[in-house]
Write a protein that binds this ligand. Structure first.
Ligand code: ZN
Length: 284
């Protein structure tokens, strides 16, 4: 059981030396296939009407035209189209989850740092938050719990979901670290800062009561920003989770028995394909 959505066109951009590189999708795609999770193309498409569910009217156009500035998040040829394919993966995963199938969107660019009018931290469109908004538009009153286990704070997601009805957000992150936020909780957004060097067992001990608390609101669906850069071998951060930790995270989310979907956020180690495979072993 479980469905993986991917599209290898999302590997068709990159800058030399940039950690958010094509191998992330290419090699993880092959590994998922070998593990029996053959990726399929998104069942839905994404367009401007999906983007404006949470982003500003001019945001997509600024990505098309390259009229944005963020040192980590460059302009690439066709990046707006590729970002829409990545968004389509998230929308499709959310749709499949509501039909009873746990799903994972294996796409790039990632999304959780993207804000209303802002590209940031390798992210152009906030795939996960937009997928949540689309579900709630189709089904008013739907309660969604968002979990972000990327090593970086999901600041874009928080900014888009802060104060949103029927929506709660939980993010665990190394602190201090990019983007410099995520130390304090506010409103419906709960943040758990963790020191550099935190290992898998310590991470799970912090996560378990927080997940329990999140479930007290009786969500109808779980939306997961799945970043794998808290891995001990990741080149850009300092937490010490191992491969087995990601399987346990997936397992704890699966034990909720809730409709659930996840999107790929960060994770820059060569071992990313194995980490995703382990997560899916638990999550599906
Ligand atoms: Zn990250």
């Amino acid at each position: 059981m479980g469905r993986v959505f991917s599209d290898l066109r999302t590997a068709e951009y990159g800058a030399s030396g940039h950690p958010e590189a094509p191998f992330r999708v290419l090699r993880t795609f092959e590994r998922a296939k070998a593990a029996g999770h053959a990726p399929q193309l998104p069942s839905l498409t994404a367009g401007a009407s999906d983007v404006v569910l949470l982003h500003g009217e001019g945001h997509l156009n600024s990505i098309r035209l390259g009229t944005f500035e963020d040192a980590d998040t460059p302009m690439f040829a066709r990046i707006a189209d590729i970002a829409l394919i990545s968004l389509a993966g998230a929308l499709s995963a959310a749709d499949a989850a509501m039909k009873g199938e746990p799903s994972f969107s294996l796409m790039r660019p990632p999304g959780h740092h993207a804000g209303k009018e802002r590209v940031a931290g390798f992210c152009y469109l906030n795939n996960l938050a937009l997928a949540v908004a689309r579900l709630q538009k189709a089904k008013p009153g739907l309660k969604v719990a968002v979990v972000d286990f990327d090593v970086h704070h999901g600041d874009g997601t928080e900014s888009l979901l802060l104060g949103r009805e029927n929506t709660s957000f939980l993010s665990l992150q190394q602190y201090p670290l990019y983007p410099g936020t995520g130390f304090e909780s506010r409103g419906n957004c709960r943040n758990v800062p963790l020191e550099a060097g935190t290992d898998g067992d310590e991470w799970l001990s912090a996560f378990e009561p927080e997940l329990h608390r999140l479930l007290e609101a009786k969500p109808d669906v779980l939306a997961v920003s799945a970043g794998f850069d808290a891995y001990k071998g990741d080149p850009i951060a300092g937490l010490k989770l191992d491969r087995a930790t990601f399987k346990r995270i997936g397992g704890m989310l699966s034990q909720t028995k809730l409709p659930r979907f996840a999107t790929l956020e960060g994770g820059y180690s060569e071992d990313l394909p194995l980490l995703v495979e382990s997560f899916l072993d638990g999550f599906f």
